[in-house]
Design a protein around this ligand. Structure first.
Ligand code: KG4
Ligand code: ZN
Length: 329
């Protein structure tokens, strides 16, 4: 059994967690910065990076204290090394390197997307490889075949916006606060998903990719024409995203023998999306796995877990591992 300290600071959440290789989360702490960025309608990289510097050391002390552990009990230090806002990425990675250097423990430089991709295995011991992964976050919208740790084959990606980006942009058009996903989901609960005719870009296409830019423009027109209730626009938008995700995932399932469908990333916190994909998996005769909502949005438990998956396979990194703004899986 290995004990891994995970550190995350690639966007606007600062987080630390202690996770064991046998799937126990001993402690975790997360501090979001929504309030700091809200006046700007999106994440301001410089504000985010400075906040990570101020917050992260306390979070590391807190999780060690809560778990009753010292840094000497840890077997490896896993830190997100990208992709993300580079100033933020450097905070957790440099903290991880400092701890690794000071203690002599190995460093695991984790790809944040791999953190999302492997997160379902932290809470679902029955989920083996391979699986088809729908990875839907603020920056990514991809279908990947996950054959093993570090073995990813991308089947589809977005040709314009990511799914979370579409939620955030639609929310902004509706005057809702950042982050847009949870705000749209709340408003959609009071609306009629059939009230506003919105496009489903690429639905029915034989090309496996995603597209959301046209949907955002249609939301903009629906807002501007003043003919619809905001709740109806939110509900219709959410339904359009659901339909796009289900259609594209169905196509990919038809091209994959993977026995399980898995959804991860911040947008997978959305109940309508979780339920629609669960139904799809059932109708296609596949096992289904989605992490609890708190594990879908950014956190350090998934980084510690990806660290555990790598560390137990002998995959560690040198102390000059680079911080990367871009880092495809
Ligand atoms: O994975 P994540 O926390 O950060 C990235 O790695 O990007 O994903 C953040 C994205 C944001 O775009 C946010 O609006 C979206 O996930 N999101 C949601 C929900 N919760 C977060 N989208 C739809 N419904 C939600 N409940
Ligand atoms: Zn993320």
């Amino acid at each position: 059994m290995a004990l891994i300290l995970g550190l995350e600071s690639s966007c606007d959440d600062t987080a630390a967690a202690l996770v064991t290789s046998d799937r126990r989360i001993l402690a975790q702490a997360i501090v979001g910065q929504n309030e700091a960025h809200r006046p700007f309608g999106g994440v301001v990289p410089e504000i985010a990076a400075r906040a990570h510097v101020e917050i992260l050391p306390d979070l590391i002390r807190r999780v060690l204290g809560e778990a009753g552990k010292s840094i000497d009990d840890v077997n490896a230090i896993a830190a997100t090394a990208g992709p993300g806002l580079i100033g933020g990425v450097m905070v957790a990675l440099l903290a991880g390197k400092g701890l690794a250097l000071g203690t002599g423990k190995p460093l695991v430089a984790v790809n944040h997307l791999e953190g999302h991709a492997l997160s379902p295995r932290l809470v679902d011991p029955d989920l083996g490889f391979p699986y088809l992964l729908l990875l839907v976050s603020g920056g990514h919208c991809q279908l990947l075949e996950v054959a093993g740790v570090g073995e990813y084959r991308r089947l589809a990606t977005t040709i314009d916006d990511a799914a979370g980006e579409a939620f955030d942009k639609a929310a902004k058009l509706l005057g809702l606060p950042y982050p847009g996903g949870p705000a749209i989901e709340r408003l959609a609960a009071e609306g009629d998903p059939k009230a506003v005719p919105l496009p489903r870009p690429l639905v029915g296409s034989g090309e496996p990719h995603f597209s959301f830019a046209g949907l955002k423009s249609a939301v903009q027109r629906a807002v501007q024409c003043n003919a619809y209730r905001p709740a109806d626009i939110a509900a219709s938008f959410q339904q359009a995203v659901v339909d796009c995700l289900v259609d594209r995932t169905r196509l990919a399932l038809g091209r994959s023998d993977a026995p399980a469908l898995v959804v991860a990333g911040g947008v997978a916190a959305n109940r309508a999306i979780r339920e629609a994909l669960q139904k799809l998996a059932a109708s296609e005769g596949r096992q289904f796995s989605v992490p609890p909502a708190w594990l879908c949005t950014d956190n350090a438990a998934m980084i510690a877990w990806a660290g555990a998956e790598r560390f137990t396979r002998g995959l560690t990194d040198p102390l000059d591992a680079p911080a990367r703004a871009r880092w495809p899986l």
